[in-house]
Design a protein around this ligand. Structure first.
Ligand code: DGL
Length: 265
């Protein structure tokens, strides 16, 4: 057993949705969350920058004693997971768009995959498409990332953006929509309001957190001591506005806001 924290990172706000899921599933674990707010969004940036940032953040998390790292970002997972795994021996858990379950659930109907430009462009997704993408339509949604990153949840604006996407399709032909970016979880309810109930909306959060649990359990490093955990939130931007945003996102995602410390990196 190990009381050491689990490190989680994302370009900014999106990974907070994964952190929230992780605390529900692993209620006794300690967490350090780094939102790379100084460099968000990742999805339209050069892969060399995303790789360097992922490396720097991982070094910081390992320096803080993390026993595992969860990359709560599909984009950084596509760019950096392989490299980080080759460099470090601790468990590194990555995300990928939930195309596989969508393929099996959509019974031949179209699967829309909403993600960042980088996620959809790289090899990891191409391989996924080869296996499960026969009916899939990848859709890059950089503006949707920015709505969430800026905490702009104005229903009319976000729904107009989403409707502009979905209006290109006959909804009867859609079987599932995959949220292939952790930021999009925060607008899942708006997507649900637009789409008919029979269209599945899938994300990778629960699957990824289950994988985290499996990996910790296999290594015998789950924290079995039933005490209140701590969660540290770290924003890489020193700007007060960014820190306040991260804090707000955290409060929005959690029922319990008793335990957190906001630090700098
Ligand atoms: N949340 C991220 C993802 O899952 C990155 C979004 C971005 O920074 O562009 O892909």
């Amino acid at each position: 057993m190990s009381k050491n924290p689990i490190g989680i990172f994302d370009s900014g706000m999106g990974g907070v949705s994964v952190l929230a899921e992780a605390t529900r599933f692993l209620p006794y674990e300690n967490f350090i969350y780094i939102g790379d707010t100084a460099f968000a969004p990742y999805g339209v940036k050069p892969t060399s920058l995303i790789l360097n940032r992922s490396l720097l953040i991982s070094e910081k998390l390992i320096g803080e004693g993390c026993k595992a790292i969860l990359i709560a970002c599909n984009t950084a997972s596509s760019v950096a997971a392989k490299y980080l795994r080759s460099k470090y021996s601790l468990p590194i858990i990555a995300m990928e768009p939930a195309l596989k379950p969508a393929y099996f659930l959509s019974s031949g109907k179209t699967v829309l995959v909403l993600a960042t430009n980088i996620t959809l462009k790289l090899e990891k997704f191409k391989l996924l498409m080869k296996k499960y993408g026969a009916n899939a339509e990848p859709i890059p949604c950089p503006d949707l990332v920015m709505y969430v990153e800026n905490l702009n949840f104005d229903k009319t604006q976000v729904k107009t953006y989403l409707n502009n996407i979905f209006n290109n399709y006959n909804l009867d032909s859609i079987g599932a929509v995959v949220l292939g970016c952790t930021h999009f979880i925060f607008v899942k309810n708006l997507i649900r309001e637009i789409l008919p109930e029979n269209i599945e909306i899938l994300d990778g959060n629960v699957g990824t957190v289950k994988e985290l649990h499996r990996r910790l359990s296999k290594k015998n490093i789950l924290n079995t001591e039933k005490v209140a955990p701590y969660i540290s939130l770290i924003s890489t931007s020193n700007a007060t506005a960014e820190k306040i945003k991260l804090e707000k996102m955290f409060k929005a995602a959690f029922d319990n806001e008793d335990y957190f410390v906001l630090e700098n990196m």
